[in-house]
Design a protein around this ligand. Structure first.
Ligand code: MGD
Ligand code: MGD
Ligand code: SF4
Ligand code: MO
Length: 747
């Protein structure tokens, strides 16, 4: 048997690690890091190297499934699509196009054609009821960028190759491998900054893996980052020689910003943030005196109650310190095209409509996920009756999972496009099997591709490594067919639909593939060619990536600032207005300083909700998630290692075993998300005993971050007690106790 080795790149997280894949007879037998890759230099993590085991699993979706009388039955594509199409037509006729909703999950973003065609389907339907995982992780950044720079996709990033001083707030790149920036091998890059005499400071409630490498950690009380940022800005303005002419030439709103920052000195905020003023002043001084510095944040800040205000002030810090658009500071680059200019001109991602329930504005053309249950459960014109879930698992990853379960169960039609029968799919009506990343050709993730969010710019193309072994199809082709059977046109274009159908027909004859497919490589080539890049085939020849021009500092301001007056808005009015509510919040939080706050935590072997069906990742003590807490809190609560703790909020309770760690401060506890798989048919995941932490998080209008609609998933108020029962009545699933299988390990 002959081993065939080919090059590709991983499409699980933003690192996009270069990989070498060995196949025998259309089966992947081994995956290695690509040592010659142009930026990832032989780096990869266990998830990327074991991914074929997830895709090879007998539990994987291999043919379309229809639920009949509560049982899942295999079906043909034709029959399934026809049935779905008929239901869509009926719902549109009776309730209008907005009765069809869609949730786009994080996996969708890792294919180039998937999100484009999913949007094309919604355009065809004429529905605005689009939701995405962005309001669980990053909508605050889009909302603020739109207000400050004029477009949601104008995103700054730290130039980590050239920086002397980097502050990381609420991110743990050593585990997550960075977000909103492609940083292959974060550990190497952080160590390089230190080696060159630079500094890295981590602001995080937990002494994280990143903090340990950075060697400089500032612990912070969860969900108080906005005060850290304001006090930072306050001190920076106090000591900084501000370049007044630059500020007045290229920005507006400095005086209003100054007035706000003045009110939040380090002395005032230290009682809540837990950051002593002397430490704050020291870090600001170092930041200010470093030649090239920047401050970056991620989900630990984004998912708090003030993600938008925090990110706004962070951007102002980079700007006022003179680090924006500067080598080694915070850059705004370009991808294969200047996407923000293109998008702004064509009105993309700029919808200004409001949700039906609670009239909340959209961000990046999507409504907050925290309103999805309301939109499904609230009667009236435009009520969502059907939901398409594409590359996501909202039942586990969104706030208030029990309420979502109730909402999803009431839908007339719930269709998932996934590689697995996940929790969301399991309570739905149709599950459509999709190709895995290694079974489709692709280009990099949209951020590096279109926005240049990369440490070192490069392009790479990959063909599919193997053909699907079952009846899996790529999502773009599925959406084209869903349009056809639903009597609508993809992107709302009759010509587009017909042309793509003809392409698809001939491609299927020509390529002799088992499943009908649009010519994916042809379309990817078209995207490249329209952007003036090398074609797909010639990129394939650069097996380990093709280097592009380096980032160019000094090209963003003012030419690519897209506000009406071409100036950066330092004090957008609604952000300023929202900041007026901070006094009350500060007082309330101060009074609650003795309460527990629950934060999130990611592990190397789990990826949100979908890597729990691999033996190696769930072995030993990885069979569950844990409640992590500080030894002194454990003592107060009479809890020891592996005791069961009950964690509750006003919304729900979960029970899980305890791990004790010195990495957390008193009154800060952590629970990893993505668990709670006991109700699926995934045999390995089903036998894990982890619980879904999002049962504790609340949804609905009052729980949303008011600027961007972000859900509040970290820093949430919890009560903890020792669990007294024999076994946890895991309320994660809404199942009764007698319906639960007791995991062996806890018996
Ligand atoms: N408490 C808490 N909650 C959180 C977070 C947290 O830190 N704490 N993190 C949040 C974050 S950052 C995010 S992004 C969201 C994620 O929210 P979701 O996107 O809803 O969840 P995932 O678990 O990433 O779901 C991805 C799904 O895509 C499927 N999949 C994988 N590859 C493919 C593919 O190629 N095609 C298709 N069609 N499907 C595929 C997987 O099987 C899985 O079911 O969750 C958020 N939820
Ligand atoms: N192994 C693994 N890698 C992943 C993922 C995964 O699930 N597993 N998910 C991927 C996805 S979808 C994303 S979006 C990225 C996210 O990438 P990151 O944003 O880097 O995510 P985390 O690793 O969760 O880091 C968040 C940090 O915020 C801290 N934190 C929590 N609450 C607070 C707070 O109130 N204030 C401050 N300052 N910090 C706080 C946590 O302790 C944690 O260290 O990771 C991606 N990579
Ligand atoms: S770090 Fe991310 S991109 Fe790299 S191998 Fe792991 S999962 Fe894949
Ligand atoms: Mo995410």
């Amino acid at each position: 048997m002959k081993i065939k080795t080919e090059h590709t790149f991983c499409r699980i997280c933003e690192s996009l690690c270069g990989l070498e894949v060995d196949t025998i007879d259309n089966k992947i037998v081994n995956i290695r890091p690509d040592a010659n890759h142009i930026t990832t230099y032989g780096f990869a993590c266990p998830k990327g190297l074991k991914q074929h085991k997830m895709y090879d699993s007998p539990d994987r979706l291999s043919s379309p499934l229809i639920k009949k009388n509560g049982e899942w039955c295999k079906s043909s594509w034709e029959k399934t699509l026809k049935e779905i199409g008929e239901k869509v037509k009926k719902i549109i006729k009776e309730d209008g196009p907005n009765a069809i909703g869609m949730y786009v999950g994080t996996a969708a973003g890792f294919g180039v054609l998937h999100p484009i065609f999913a949007q094309g389907f919604m355009d065809g339907i004429g529905s605005n009821n689009l939701f995405s995982s962005a309001s669980q992780d990053c909508s605050n950044k889009f909302a603020v960028s739109q207000r400050m720079y004029g477009y949601p996709f104008t995103l700054t990033f730290p130039d980590i190759l050239n920086t002397d001083f980097l502050i990381i707030v609420g991110a743990n790149p050593i585990v997550s491998k960075w977000s909103f920036l492609q940083v292959p091998n974060p550990s190497l890059h952080l160590k390089n900054i230190l080696k060159k005499g630079g500094e890295v400071v981590v602001v995080d409630p937990r002494k994280t893996e990143t903090a340990k490498i950075a060697k400089s950690h500032i612990p912070i009380r969860p969900n108080t980052d906005v005060f850290f940022y304001l006090s930072f800005l306050n001190e920076l303005i106090r000591i900084n020689q501000i370049d007044k002419s630059w500020i007045s030439n290229y920005t507006t709103g400095f005086d209003e910003l100054f007035e706000l920052a003045k009110r939040w000195s380090g002395e005032r905020t230290e009682s809540l943030t837990g950051i002593p003023t002397a430490i704050l002043k020291d870090v600001v001084k170092k930041f200010h005196s470093a030649k090239r510095a920047s401050i970056y944040c991620s989900t630990g800040v984004n998912m708090g109650t003030h993600g938008a205000l925090s990110f706004w002030i962070q951007e102002c810090i980079n700007i006022i310190s003179g680090n924006l658009d500067k080598e080694g500071g915070a850059l705004v680059s370009k991808g294969i095209i200047d996407f923000p200019s293109f998008g702004k001109k064509n009105g993309r991602l700029l919808r200004s409509d409001k949700s039906r329930v609670h009239s909340f504005h959209s961000t990046n053309d999507a409504f907050p996920g925290g309103l999805l249950a309301d939109e499904i459960l609230t009667r009236g014109n435009g009520q969502i009756k059907a939901l398409f879930v594409t590359g996501g698992n909202p039942l586990i990853t969104m706030a208030n999972s029990n309420r979502l379960r109730e909402a999803f169960s009431s839908l007339e039609l719930l269709v998932t496009l996934d590689i697995y029968p996940n929790e969301t799919g399991s309570i739905g009506h149709y599950m459509l099997p999709c190709t895995s990343p290694l079974e489709r050709p692709d280009l990099p993730f949209i951020f590096p591709l279109m926005l240049g969010l990369q440490t070192k710019p490069y392009l790479q193309a990959t063909k599919s490594m193997i053909e699907p072994q079952g009846e899996q199809r790529d999502e773009a082709s599925i959406y084209l067919d869903l349009c056809k059977y639903s009597g609508v046109n993809i992107f709302g274009s009759w010509t587009g639909q017909k042309v793509l159908e003809i392409f698809s027909f001939f491609n299927s004859i020509y390529s002799k593939k088992k499943q009908k497919s649009i010519p994916q490589e042809f379309l990817l080539n078209l995207i490249l060619k329209l952007s003036g890049q090398k074609g797909f085939k010639s990129l394939l020849k650069h097996k380990s990536g093709y280097e592009l021009d380096s980032h160019e500092a000094g090209t963003f301001v003012p030419d690519r600032v897209l506000t009406d007056d071409k100036k950066i808005a330092l004090a957008p009015h609604d952000l300023l207005e929202e900041a007026q509510n901070l006094d009350l919040f500060f007082q309330e939080e101060l009074e609650a300083i003795q309460e527990y706050r629950l934060i999130t935590k990611r592990d190397v072997t789990t990826h949100n909700s979908w890597t729990h069906n691999i033996d190696e990742f769930t072995k030993g003590d990885r069979y569950t998630n844990y409640l992590y807490l500080n030894p002194s809190d454990a003592e107060d609560l009479s809890l020891s290692f592996k005791d069961l703790a009950k964690v509750s909020t006003d919304i729900g309770s979960i029970v899980l075993p305890v791990k004790i760690t010195n990495d957390l401060n008193k009154k800060t506890v952590a629970i990893p998300h993505g668990w709670g798989h006991q109700s699926t048919s995934m045999k390995i995941a089903k036998n894990t005993s982890g619980v879904n932490v999002n049962i504790l998080a609340s949804d609905g209008i009052d729980s949303l971050e008011r600027i961007s609609g972000m859900s509040h998933l970290t820093g949430i108020k919890v009560k903890i007690e020792r669990f007294q029962g024999d076994f946890a009545p895991n309320s994660w699933s809404g199942l009764k106790e007698e319906q639960l299988e007791v995991p062996q390990i806890l018996q």
